[in-house]
Design a protein around this ligand. Structure first.
Ligand code: F0G
Length: 352
């Protein structure tokens, strides 16, 4: 038996790597595509979840990071840097360890989930909390990479997009063709760009797909620059991963939207939390709040009548719920305490 080898080995012929490139890998990718029965019933569609929280560091970023760090190492870089709302930094920190490189991360002060901070710390990254938001962090990271010997591994680095496009390949490989609609959260807009590239390549270039899906992207209402058509100076949402006011891949996201016949819309934090709870309580899939934006969007489209029944839909859920468990605990009833006594426990469980 063979285990999944990571995206570079699995899709080497479709990635910009040489025959002798040695991947820096944690065997990312190969994530579950899970049929979503409750969402399918709710929408009248055939809905699947691409569970990217099952990647080694708990988010889709690992697909791009194996490529970015592999390339940086090949180019002789000794240090990498990124701006992050948390997941990119967690991923960069882990892959830098594999490559024996120094990793510097810039995060918005007080605005990243504790689990993600813990990951960057335990992997030994050099962390700077910036007095500003993600957009400020990215400006700073770009400036540093231009002036100092440190490779930028944000998704403005095109090899990140190359790695992330493999999620679209996996979906087509599993379903036998592209879905009708692909739904995903949009923050810095790298991932929607990557999926669109992947679907396009798999529908041409001798790939197995007969078509490409419509791309539906969702931003958080308080951080929805693409929907509003202008940068948001002080973005705000509980979904800290997508708290971004001026996405780097803005134009490319619009291109994915327009070329695919899709759209980019917004969902409120309330809708995000409702989808977050539905996913956990009814589908058994625990995601972080930003990831639930895709499902919140799908539910909204269904309720608004913009989603025709009978279609095959894939929602990417981008990150693992354990990264940001505050929202799972908040508002939930406190567990009751019982003595070591079967009758008392049975009574509390409603079994007696
Ligand atoms: N979902 C999660 C869990 C994310 O961490 C991100 C982005 C997105 C969705 C949006 O993806 O930026 O490609 O449009 N997180 C970045 C980070 C910004 O720093 O970890 P995108």
């Amino acid at each position: 038996r063979h285990q999944w080898r990571g995206i570079i080995e699995e899709y080497r012929d479709r990635l910009p790597v040489g025959a002798d490139t040695t991947p820096v890998t944690l065997r990312e990718g190969g994530t579950p595509l899970v049929p979503a029965r409750v969402l399918s019933d709710l929408t009248g569609c055939d809905v699947h979840l691409k569970v990217e929280g099952a990647n080694p560091t708990g988010s889709f970023k690992d697909r791009g990071m194996t490529m970015a760090i592999t390339k940086a190492k090949e180019d002789g870089a000794q240090a990498v840097i990124c701006a992050s709302t948390g997941n990119t930094s967690a991923s960069a920190a882990a892959y830098a360890v594999r490559a024996g490189m120094v990793c510097a991360v810039l995060v918005p002060q007080g605005k990243i989930a504790l689990g993600k901070m813990g990951q960057a710390l335990v992997h030994g990254a050099k962390i700077l909390q910036v007095e500003g938001n993600f957009d400020d962090c990215l400006t700073l990271a770009r400036g540093l990479s231009e002036k100092y010997p440190v490779a930028l591994v944000n998704s403005v680095n095109p090899v990140r997009i190359e790695g992330q496009k493999t999620a679209a390949f996996e979906i087509v490989d599993m379903l036998g063709d592209a879905p009708d609609i692909h739904v995903l959260p949009v923050g810095n807009a790298g991932n929607i760009t990557a999926y669109w590239k992947g679907y396009g390549e798999y529908a041409g270039q001798g790939g197995p797909a007969s078509k490409t899906p419509r791309m539906w992207g969702y931003q958080a209402a308080g951080a929805a620059p693409i929907v509003r058509g202008e940068a948001v100076k002080d973005p705000s949402t509980i979904a800290t991963a997508i708290r971004i006011g001026n996405p780097a891949s803005w134009t490319l996201a619009e291109q994915a939207r327009d070329e695919s016949g899709g759209f980019i819309d917004a969902v409120t934090d309330r809708q995000i939390l409702r989808a977050y709870r539905l996913l956990a309580a009814q589908e058994g899939v625990f995601v972080e709040p930003a990831s639930a934006a895709s499902v919140a969007g799908l539910i909204q489209a269904s309720e608004q009548g913009t989603l025709d029944p009978g279609q095959r839909v894939v929602c990417t859920v981008t990150g693992n719920g354990l990264k940001d468990p505050d929202w799972a605990v908040a508002g939930a009833p406190q567990p009751v305490t019982v003595p070591v006594d079967a009758d008392a426990a049975a009574e509390r469980l409603g079994l007696a």
